[in-house]
Ligand binder design. Structure first.
Ligand code: TYD
Ligand code: MG
Length: 457
C-alpha cells in the first residue's frame, strides 16, 4: 500500500500542494499554506482497499419523485433566498465576516422554525448557553422551543442529532467543531472538511436539514467556508458594511432554487428585521441630486432593486492616481474609464476616482456600466443628473450599449418609487407598460451628448 505522506493545504482556497510555499499558486494568497495530516478513515467509512463494497441501486431518469416539501421559516427574506424555504435533507452553508449577524439571524430562524412546530436544535461552539439565552431574551425569542447545546466535539454532536432527529440542526460554526479522527487543530482545512462532510452525510442519511455557519477569514489562520462550498447544497453569504445597518443575504449556489437571489435585512437593537422594499431603503437618504450621484435600476435575482451610485473625481497629486471602489468591481471601473477615454475622448488620467455604491450594497451586474459612466461624467463635469431619472445598460469595449434583461421590471420599480424617466440602451423590446419616459441610445457617446451636452476632453 502506498505510504500516505503529509500534504500542504491553502487555508483560503483549499488547494493542496506537495510542499510548503509562501504563496498559494492557486489563489495567489500569501502565508496561507499550512501542513495537514492526510485524511484518515472517518466514522462514516473505511479507507478503500481489500474489502468489497455492496452494489448500489440504480434508477431511471423518468422516475417521478414527489416535489420536495419545503420547510418555511416564516422569515420571508430568508425563505426567498432559499427558493421558498428549506428542503429537508439538505445542507446549507451560511458564510460571512465575524460579527456580521450570522448567529443572530440563525437564532431568529431557529426560533421561527420551532414556533411553527418544527424541532430545531442550535449547537454553538462559540457561545455558552447562557450567552445564547441572553441574546434570545434581547430578541424576544425566549419562549421559542429551540433546543440549545454548547459543544465542539463532532462525535458527540452527531450522536445527539442521531438520537434527537430534529427537523433543522444549526451548527455555529464549522470552524469551532473538532472531529477526533482528524489529527489537526479545529479550524484547519482537514477539520473543517471532515466536519462538513460528516454533517452533510448525516443530513442526507437522516433527512435532517443542516445549516452550517462558516466565518470568512482574512488572516488565513482558520480555513474559510470556501473549502466546503462544493459539499453542501446551498451556499448563502451574509454581507454588509460594518458601518451600515443593512445586511444582505445572497445565494451564490443553490441546488434547489435560483442563485443570485437576495434577502435584505436591517440590524436593529432587537435583531434583524426584514426589509420588504429594499429600493426605498437604499434611496432613503438621498438628498437633492448632487453631481456624481446616479440611480441605477438593478435586478438582484428576481427582484428589481434601485441603488444610488456615487462618484467623486478630484485632481490627483500622485504619479498613479487613485482608483477607489466600494461595492463594485474595480477592474470593471478601469474598463469603463478606458472606454470613456478612447471612445469618447473623456480622460481621467490625472484625476483620482472614487466610486461608491450607497447603503453597503454590492453590485455585480454589467447592467450598471452605464450608470457608473454617468456618475463619473457627472462628477467630472460637476453636472447633476435629473432627479427623476434612472439609468441602466451594459457598455461594450467598442462603446456600444448592449441591451439588458428585464428592462420592464426595472422600469416598473422605478415608477413605483416616484421616478419618471430612464436612460437605456436601444434595441430593447419595451412595451412601455410602466409609463416611464425612456430615452434610448446606441452607444455611450450618444448617451453622453443626450445627457450632458458637449464635453471638452
Ligand atoms: P452575531 O450574530 O454575533 O455575528 P456573527 O455570528 O456573524 O459573528 O452579531 C453580532 C453583532 O450584531 C454585534 O456586533 C451586535 C449586533 N447586534 C445588534 O445590533 N442587535 C442585536 O439584536 C443583536 C443580537 C446583535
Ligand atoms: Mg456567531
Amino acid at each position: 500500500m502506498a505510504k500516505t505522506s503529509t500534504i500542504f493545504s491553502c487555508m483560503k482556497c483549499g488547494a493542496t500542494h506537495k510542499k510548503w510555499a509562501g504563496r498559494c499558486d492557486a489563489c495567489g494568497e500569501w502565508n496561507s499554506i499550512a501542513e495537514e495530516a492526510p485524511l484518515a478513515a472517518g466514522p462514516s467509512g473505511k479507507t478503500l482497499g481489500g474489502a468489497k463494497g455492496r452494489k448500489v441501486a440504480l434508477g431511471d431518469l423518468s422516475e417521478i419523485d414527489k416535489p420536495l416539501p419545503r420547510i418555511a421559516s416564516g422569515i420571508a427574506e430568508f425563505d426567498r433566498v432559499l427558493g421558498g424555504g428549506m428542503v429537508p435533507a439538505s445542507a446549507i452553508l451560511v458564510g460571512g465576516d465575524p460579527g456580521i449577524g450570522k448567529s443572530t439571524m440563525l437564532l431568529q430562524a431557529a426560533a421561527s422554525f420551532a414556533r411553527a412546530g418544527k424541532k430545531a436544535i442550535y449547537v454553538s461552539g462559540e457561545e455558552a448557553p447562557s450567552q445564547i439565552r441572553m441574546r434570545a431574551q434581547r430578541l424576544g425569542l425566549s419562549d421559542a422551543p429551540v433546543k440549545l447545546a454548547a459543544e465542539t466535539n463532532l462525535r458527540d454532536v452527531l450522536t445527539t442529532l442521531e438520537e434527537e432527529r430534529p427537523d433543522v440542526a444549526i451548527i455555529d460554526s464549522v470552524q469551532t467543531m473538532w472531529a477526533d479522527h482528524v489529527d489537526s487543530a479545529p479550524g484547519s482545512v482537514s477539520q473543517v472538511r471532515a466536519t462538513a462532510h460528516e454533517l452533510t452525510t448525516f443530513a442526507k442519511r437522516r433527512g435532517v436539514s443542516v445549516i452550517l455557519v462558516g466565518h470568512v477569514t482574512k488572516e488565513g489562520q482558520i480555513a474559510g467556508p470556501r473549502v466546503v462550498e462544493h459539499m453542501v447544497d446551498t451556499v448563502l453569504y451574509f454581507e454588509g458594511e460594518r458601518g451600515h445597518q443593512f445586511r444582505i443575504l445572497r445565494a451564490v449556489k443553490n441546488r434547489f432554487g435560483p442563485a443570485d437571489e437576495i434577502g435584505v435585512f436591517e440590524m436593529t437593537g432587537a435583531g434583524l428585521q426584514e426589509v420588504t422594499n429594499p429600493s426605498a431603503l437604499f434611496l432613503s437618504d438621498r438628498e437633492n441630486p448632487a453631481p456624481g450621484s446616479v440611480v441605477f435600476a438593478g435586478m438582484e435575482g428576481t427582484r428589481p432593486v434601485l441603488v444610488e451610485i456615487q462618484a467623486l473625481v478630484a485632481q490627483s497629486t500622485l504619479a498613479s492616481p487613485r482608483r477607489n471602489v466600494v461595492g463594485w468591481d474595480s477592474s470593471r471601473l478601469s474598463m469603463i474609464l478606458a472606454v470613456l477615454e478612447s471612445r469618447c475622448g473623456i480622460g481621467f488620467g490625472n484625476m483620482d476616482v472614487y466610486l461608491n455604491v450607497a447603503g453597503g450594497m454590492r453590485i455585480s451586474e454589467p447592467a450598471a456600466d452605464l450608470a457608473v459612466a454617468a456618475a463619473l461624467i457627472s462628477a467630472r463635469q460637476d453636472h447633476a443628473i435629473a432627479k427623476d431619472a434612472v439609468i441602466f445598460g451594459e457598455i461594450s469595449l467598442s462603446g456600444a450599449l448592449r441591451p439588458i434583461s428585464q428592462a420592464e421590471n426595472r422600469l416598473k420599480e422605478a415608477k413605483k418609487l416616484g421616478f419618471s424617466s430612464a436612460f437605456a440602451p436601444s434595441r430593447m423590446k419595451l412595451t412601455n407598460e410602466s409609463g416611464m419616459k425612456v430615452a434610448t441610445n446606441n452607444d455611450v457617446g450618444d448617451f453622453i451628448a443626450a445627457c450632458f451636452g458637449a464635453i471638452d476632453a
